[in-house]
Ligand binder design. Sequence first.
Ligand code: NAD
Length: 476
Amino acid sequence: MSNLQEPSFRESVDLMFNRAVALMDLPPGLEEKIRVCNATYTVRFGVRLRGEMHTFTGYRSVHSEHMEPVKGGIRYAINVHQDEVEALAALMTYKCALVEAPFGGSKGGLCIDPRKYEEHELERITRRFAYELAKRDLIHPSQNVPAPDMGTGEREMAWIADQYARMNTTDINARACVTGKPLNAGGIAGRVEATGRGVQYALREFFRHPEDIAKAGLEGKLKGKRIIVQGLGNVGYHAAKFLSEEDGALITGIIERDGSLYRAEGLDVEAVHNWIAKHGGISGYPDAKLSEDGAELLEHECDILIPAALEGVINLTNANRVQAPLIIEAANGPVTAGADEILREKGTVIIPDMYANAGGVTVSYFEWVKNLSHIRFGRMQRRQEEARHQLVVDELEAISESMGNKWSLSDNFKQKYLRGADELELVRSGLDDTMRIAYQSMREVWHDRDDVTDLRTAAYLVSITKVAASYRAKGL
Ligand code: NAD
């Protein structure tokens, strides 16, 4: 089948939304209100670079303001367009509702290939884009809070935060205008790894439910499962690293822009990552089978497929040949609506994007709260917690001594038990809790309702119900 029959990314999101609302009893007006994107701002601005004026096009789309601020990343990619940004903004609305982050949905994009610019050029472009958005409150701690996405990271977020602060010199909450900042510019421990970490926690939660594992035709634990990852960027790298290093999964395949690597015994994720950083791609990486047609590996046999690069990669042209029984959508929209239908019919279990990659926005939420409260998490409690634990250890050791030292606490136990949680541990704990609870809310609908046969529809049902409740509470 040709790719031309494929709906656009936004149409795909709408189709999936419609599938879910057909099972709900929403007033038609409200259904439409939730579905549509409230506003999209397009800006064209010039920046003088290399002796001439360059014009750039950027977007900031606000999907739903049932809660404010609205939240969503800013993407730097050459093919960014309005339709894509609107689809991503809609997904943000549903994602935030699903993981109970108190935000509406938004998304931004700039048409640019960041690899073609020097750092100082990117800084000028980013600052100018931020200026245009901040001028219209499309960057604002209480109105609209961006974050990193494809092609952007901590560096860009620090420039945006600084630009906003320069324009709002007396705003004490200026740092809360954007998340994903570096630690020394108001960021939070664990934000860079958050989306990949969330993918790991999502899979761990999935593998805690034997019924769900069986639905995917799999058995056993995460340990030893063969995983293929597409995109070794922020999300894909962290997910692959944690799953292989901490859960004993095998990363058998990695797909990147310039091809793919395959090794049945498992690839060394750190080594591949270092190779890409040094050589700009996977080409030439030793110790693995290299293929120039990367996308082919999406169809290879494995237990879990993690598309973590871009949208629409599993579509009408290849869905039939995708063998993975379990797909976890680390990227936004990697499976088109048409492919989703084919895969559902085949019995493939898909852990949907709005849940699978919600780790990023969850930790962004923690960062925003940290910025507004102006204090690092754990600063007040940590030593007090340690002192209370020390009391217990001292008491147990005194009892042991009074009994003739017949038993003792191991040094390993004491070391772990006595240490109070620092910010990173608290962030991971909050993220883990969020991913578990959100998964359970989806699976309850998946298992309890006969008319819901997949996790994506279940996820939409949970989140649309929450968004609708919030509109109703406002009297709409
Ligand atoms: P990134 O720019 O850090 O990484 C993307 C990776 O994909 C890069 O390594 C790139 O080389 C690779 N890639 C690009 N085109 C490819 C192709 N055709 N085939 C194979 N690989 C290709 O981006 P990211 O932040 O990791 O985001 C990836 C996805 O995750 C996007 O869909 C994004 O919307 C989503 N996401 C990101 C975050 C976040 O916190 N960064 C949060 C939620 C969702």
